[in-house]
Design a protein around this ligand. Sequence first.
Ligand SMILES: C[S@@+](CC[C@H](N)C(=O)[O-])C[C@H]1O[C@@H](n2cnc3c(N)ncnc32)[C@H](O)[C@@H]1O
Length: 266
Amino acid sequence: MNTRAEPPIDPNRPSAARIADLFLGGTHHFASDRAVAARAIELVPETPAIARANRGFLRRAVKYAAGRGIRQFLDLGSGIPSANNVREAARDVAPDARVVHVDLDPTAVLYARHQLADDPRAAAVHGDLLRPAALLDEPEIRDLLDLDQPVAVLLSSVLHFLPDGPALDAALATYREAATPGSVLAISHVTPGDHTDLTERFTALYNRTETPLTPREPAAVERLFAGWRLVEPGLVYCPQWRPDPEDDEPLSDLALFVTLGGVGEK
Ligand SMILES: C[S@@+](CC[C@H](N)C(=O)[O-])C[C@H]1O[C@@H](n2cnc3c(N)ncnc32)[C@H](O)[C@@H]1O
């Protein structure tokens, strides 16, 4: 069990992790989060369905990795691991799977630590994925993950909160170099598509949180996989990535063409 002091939480500052939890039907959110979520739903009533479609992609990507024999998962920008979370998906295939959730948001880490209190094969780490050297040196990560063995690096719905620049490039290069051949990288990412006006309004909304939004065009998202070989069907909209009847929720074109997903192998 983790005995470290939890970092402080500011309920007045809306948080992407808690807003995502609200969209996914969770209960870990405050009035400040509900105000942003309500405005997002006003702009696009299907926003919760978009969040569910993203978690569906994440679940299928995790199962794909577990099906390839991967037994360790580094969930970067994990949010609050509630509905359809990485641990459940991995252990459906591999009950011995080890999972580390990492998030910058103290709320996500706090709730994850509560959920994981009795789970010796999982941990939640408070950290910035843009500081990979410090992160990979965290005792919980060193204890749980053996980077001489293949690992699934998960960047689900998080890179669109990080601006382009040397910090992001260097971080992605570090995870790529740390991952042994046979490892997997999964990314889901918001893209403007034909809805640039809407994306701009969403971006303005998330500028009120600790993590402003940086939607990227598909070519820019594909570049985030540099050094990884995209597996079939490549980078597609999340619901189109190896669809599964379990995630078969009807979506309008607006909701369907919002988030890209892909899995790369090393
Ligand atoms: C929309 S949530 C995604 C949660 C989950 N991965 C999913 O796909 O449902 C994005 C999460 O990324 C976290 N985040 C943003 N920037 C981060 C960073 N630099 N390092 C770690 N986590 C970060 C936020 O705090 C938030 O919990």
